[in-house]
Design a protein around this ligand. Sequence first.
Ligand SMILES: Nc1ncnc2c1ncn2[C@@H]1O[C@H](COP(=O)(O)OP(=O)(O)O)[C@@H](O)[C@H]1O
Ligand SMILES: [Mg+2]
Length: 368
Amino acid sequence: MNNNKKIRVGILFGGRSAEHEISLLSAKNVVDALNKEKYDIYLIGIDKEGEWHLRDAYQYLLHADNAKLVRLHGSQGTVALIPKKQGKEIVKYSGKELQNPLQLDVIFPVLHGTYGEDGTVQGLLKLANIPFVGASVLGSAVGMDKDVMKRLMRDANLPIAKFIVADQVRMAKLDFAEVIRELGLPLFVKPANLGSSVGISKVKTQKDLLPACEEAFRYDRKIIIEEFIAGREMECSVMGNEHPVASVLGEVIAHDEFYSYDAKYMENGSDFIIPPNVDAKISLKMRELAINTYQALCCEGLARIDFFLKNNGDVIVNEINTIPGFTNTSMYPKLWEASGVSKPELMDQLIQFAIERHRKEKSLKTTF
Ligand SMILES: Nc1ncnc2c1ncn2[C@@H]1O[C@H](COP(=O)(O)OP(=O)(O)O)[C@@H](O)[C@H]1O
Ligand SMILES: [Mg+2]
């Protein structure tokens, strides 16, 4: 780190995922929360085709207050990531001669979903030898794939819903009556690798099962069919590397059939109750489960863990989100605020976790 100087943070946002717009909204909140006295901020907005552009700090978004209309604006040139020995000169303007290197100390990927939260970008950043915020390649990939995630949770004896996984080959042979006998109705169908409830359906009758599977297959080559869990939805924020800590809990009350895309991101789509009215013992159990889940899923930096709380007090872990939303309505930063960690402090901590991990990784031997 360059002493006495500001830390140069690159914010990677947008990207080639169905959650592109949400990433734009999240990035805006991350940028606003970073203490400008400590950080020089470089905005690297990835468009929907996957091209990286340096963006102007004041005018990088259009319709920044609307999840349906928001989009990237302007470009100061395309940029590329060049692996370097020292891991310092990272992003350079592309062009004939790769001039004007941009030297970054750390990158904060504020990317949700495929090509951002799934380990792909993390692999690139690791190759480039630059510290980055959040889970590394393995934790990101595992957290993105609901099939592998649930298998690891099952292996760690974490309480999860019953599920069936199908690719196109298995799908062709699937006996729907048998699926319903095993999982009951209603049930949930989801693409294995996505987020923000995109491609997810609640299925109430057998005839709705095939269209729901087809819808999920539009987004992924693998889908999950899952038992319906009747219960309240609770979320917990976690941060840290070797010693993760959990925030207070939050409850989501969605104004929709379930916590759908619109319920998540539209104004008044949901209510949040922080902290929720939950028995202290159950709340403690959920916070412990959040940390156990975080560790079982090889997570580092940050994640949000989501639960169902059944009426009988049983807790079911639903999923992990390794780059949780940072939008105005997002739980992750709200839960930390309710736990006494302001947004700027949260940013400082996440950046420190990134730098610490990188320092430790660099000290490892790579030869005999
Ligand atoms: N098994 C389930 N039982 C009840 N509701 C579910 C179930 N799975 C998903 N849901 C509902 O769908 C929402 C999105 O599903 P989730 O698995 O969290 O996917 P995503 O990664 O898109 O957030 C949940 O927040 C919840 O409202
Ligand atoms: Mg979810």
